[in-house]
Ligand binder design. Sequence first.
Ligand code: PRP
Ligand code: URA
Length: 209
Amino acid sequence: MSNVIIMDHPLIQHKIGLLRRKETGTKDFRDLISEIAMLECYEATRDLPLGDVDIETPVAKATVKELQGKKLAIVPILRAGLGMVEGMLRMIPAAKVGHIGLYRDENTLEPIEYYCKLPDDCEEREVFVVDPMLATGGSCVAAIWRLKDRGVRHIHLMCIIAAPEGIEAVQKAHPDVEIIIGAKDERLNEYGYIVPGLGDAGDRIFGTK
Ligand code: PRP
Ligand code: URA
């Protein structure tokens, strides 16, 4: 069963509280999504390998730690996942960025793929899939299958708000994928929206609707 990490750090919880408010406008919403992604990235990259390097400080020689240059990629699920990319890149600027375009059919809630462009060498990379919302789980499950079809073996899923149904769906389909979230909400409503949630993340990030 995949590991689920709920990030209970006070900064993340405070920012999620602001994000949920219906009066939070597009600019603040976008900034908060980016900041939360940056803070979640801290946890998602916890196991990156470090090596020792000899350097000189202004005072003395020292042996310091350095990331061993593991190849990384960030893959946002369009559209809302795009809001998390900048915050991630601030922490791991050398990562490549792939894109998977999916939208949920309004009636069936099934994910429909309309775009996929991944780094040529994505199978050699550790991949962080980002999408603020994990509702039924259909979109994230499909995106992860897409990556596995391309040979990617090390995948982390980073979301901000998750419904229990979505977590269960990802765990069932992809027990090897670590799931990092900021909050686990109560349930889905009859339209497949997360309750209490924050509404439609894509619309709130891009100001559509
Ligand atoms: C939202 C969200 C997820 C998906 C979650 O995207 O960003 O990708 O719904 O729902 P699921 O877990 O039930 O699949 P949406 O389909 O609204 O597309 P958008 O980001 O382009 O608005
Ligand atoms: N997608 C969203 O953007 N919000 C939800 O609550 C569910 C799916």
